[in-house]
Ligand binder design. Structure first.
Ligand code: OGA
Ligand code: NI
Length: 357
């Protein structure tokens, strides 16, 4: 499986479609009936993913219960929100609002960073290179922070002014949080506290940012902002739009709409941690719905293994009763699947597709 060097057909910016004032969306964005979001309120309307106060880690009387809370969320949900996570709230708002400004820069400014399927870095409007594929209602910006040798400031937007500095500071703080959580997950799995960090490559982990821009959509019941997928990497730290919900997490046969807590990060387990934990922790499918009244901006930070290290189930978690469920693979090999096919549920882990084909 190889990734072509260019997109199979001309790129259309979803934001331009939205701004053009159309009342019906082009056929390319219309999902088959079984894959459309049911926008009627569901049984799960009051449900939410667990909310965890990480401040408890620093308190002797609360540390054990905080660890257990994280452990339960990783086993049962694959998703949770965290507060008191150490990233400055003002920095979170500044990062999100500066990216919103970027997406409102003139099209020429954004087009200067147009991306290609070889690295995906830059301004993009599709995931996957299948000609004629049905597309999602979103544009995005993708950039690398770590390892340092792949960081290229020229591929980060130069406008709005000081966006680069803000991304650098935000990245440093989120990466620090990533290190804290990998320790907690290692301890909770009964491993040495540095196990996951070392397995991910120590200082040379991969850290990259995907900023999602979901423009207003005139027919939100026919399409999705982002199709069901699990994140291919290690851990994801999502900074959602504070005003506009949209993220839905699979729970049984249905979907739960996440209600973001103020200045919380939404954390989720990616496929590499499902593999390393030999499926004790699950990487859970999620998707994004759009709406006709508001645009939505989110920042997804991916904390990943160094891309050329072999990742397989930790030998401590493989027993005669629980044999290794996955072969070892490098993250480079692994993510080629999503980069070529686009978001397709969890089929890359050999799990079957559900309501979206
Ligand atoms: C992602 C993702 C969710 C969102 O970028 O992988 O799942 O709310 N984003 O934008
Ligand atoms: Ni995701």
């Amino acid at each position: 499986m190889n990734c072509p060097r260019d997109w199979p057909e001309p790129i259309v910016r979803v934001q331009s479609l939205s701004d053009s004032g159309i009342h019906t969306i082009p056929e390319r964005y219309v999902k088959p009936p079984g894959a459309r979001p049911a926008l009627v309120s569901s049984l799960h309307d009051n449900d939410n993913i667990p909310l965890i106060d990480l401040g408890g880690l620093l308190d002797d009387t609360l540390r054990e219960s905080t660890l257990r809370h994280v452990s339960d969320a990783c086993r049962e949900w694959g998703f949770f929100q965290v507060v008191n996570h150490g990233v400055r709230p003002e920095l979170m708002d500044q990062a999100r609002e500066m990216w919103r400004e970027f997406f409102h820069e003139p099209m020429e400014v954004k087009q200067a960073y147009a991306n290609s399927p070889t690295t995906y870095e830059g301004y993009g409007s599709r995931l996957g290179v299948e000609k004629g594929a049905i597309l999602d209602w979103s544009d995005y910006y993708f950039l690398h922070y770590l390892p340092v040798n792949v960081r290229d400031f020229n591929k980060w937007p130069s406008l709005p002014n000081s966006l680069r500095e803000v991304i650098a500071e935000y990245s440093a703080q989120v990466v620090r949080l990533g290190g804290v959580l990998l320790k907690i997950l290692s301890i909770n799995l009964g491993l040495q506290e540095d196990f996951l960090q070392n397995t991910f490559g120590g200082e040379n982990i991969g850290a990259c940012l995907r900023v999602n821009f979901y423009p207003k959509c005139p027919q939100p019941d026919l399409t999705l902002g982002l199709s069901p997928h699990s994140d291919p990497g290690g851990l994801t730290f999502l900074l959602p739009d504070q005003q506009v919900p949209g993220l839905q997490v699979r729970r049984g046969d249905g979907w739960i709409t996440v209600k973001p807590a103020p200045h919380a990060f939404i954390v989720n387990i990616g496929d590499q941690i499902q593999v390393l934990s030999n499926a004790i922790y699950k990487s859970v499918e999620h998707r994004v719905i759009v709406n006709s009244a508001f645009e939505r901006v989110s920042l997804a930070y991916f904390y990943n293994p160094k891309s050329d290290l072999l990742i397989g189930p930790a030998k401590e978690l493989v027993t005669p009763d629980r044999p290794a469920l996955y072969p070892a693979m490098t993250f480079d090999e692994y993510r080629l699947y999503i980069r070529t096919k686009g978001p397709k549920g969890k089929s890359q882990l050999g799990e079957s597709l559900n309501d979206h084909t």
